[in-house]
Write a protein of this length. Structure first.
Ligand code: ZN
Length: 206
């Protein structure tokens, strides 16, 4: 698996790029901002993007999907429960003084049990709501892209529209912390971590 990342936008989202080593086909996850930086990273990796995917619908994760959709002519994929955030993208972001693209077209909805394929690679999809109702986690052996469910030393906010603290804790305990301790976790913001490190040190899991 080719894996790289770039921190984008004022809220410092981890935009992730994954691709198949044999076919060079790949995906971009959470392109919230910095179109130029993402295009440069994809060029440097010498891959062809076949799909743009969001861990969830918050504007800082999907703000530049439309620009990249037009650049590459590829589909955009998200969980249906976050469609209202896609539709309200410009309104929600401008309320905070942040500029985004117009809402992208959603070409495919994903849910628990679906998979995401590019080249010879396949990611499993687990629904992990609570921070956002449509937050999904992408899994491949030893790795989990979790969106804003859990961070190194913290957990996702639950004071937003569609958030629910009990649902978030259930997602964390039943879906994320159920993974082996050496599983690498890639949160939507901040440093990468592991399940074991969070089990030992995350104050919200006590
Ligand atoms: Zn979020």
């Amino acid at each position: 698996m080719i894996f790289d990342s770039i921190v984008v936008g004022p809220l410092e989202v981890n935009c992730l790029v994954l691709a198949c080593e044999e076919t060079r086909k790949g995906i971009v996850i959470d392109p919230g901002d910095n179109v130029g930086g993402i295009i440069d990273l994809v060029a440097k990796l010498n891959i062809v993007v076949v799909e743009i995917v969001a861990t969830h619908g918050h504007f800082d994760h999907i703000g530049r999907v439309k620009s990249l959709q037009e650049e590459w002519g590829v589909p955009f994929t998200i969980h249906r429960a976050d469609l209202f955030m896609v539709e309200g993208l410009v309104e929600i972001a401008s309320f905070l003084g942040i500029q985004t693209d117009e809402p992208p077209t959603v070409d495919r909805f994903i849910e628990e049990g679906d998979t995401l394929s590019f080249g010879n690679e396949t990611l499993d999809i687990v629904h992990t709501p609570g921070h956002a109702p449509g937050n999904v986690t992408f899994l491949w052996p030893g790795h989990a892209i979790v969106g804003d469910v859990i961070f190194a030393g913290s957990i996702g906010r639950t004071d937003l529209e569609g958030s629910d603290p009990d649902t978030l804790m259930r997602s964390i305990r039943e879906k994320v912390m159920a993974l082996p301790d050496d599983t690498r976790l890639y949160p939507g913001h901040g440093p990468f971590t592991t399940v074991g490190q969070e089990r030992e040190t995350n104050p919200f899991l006590r």
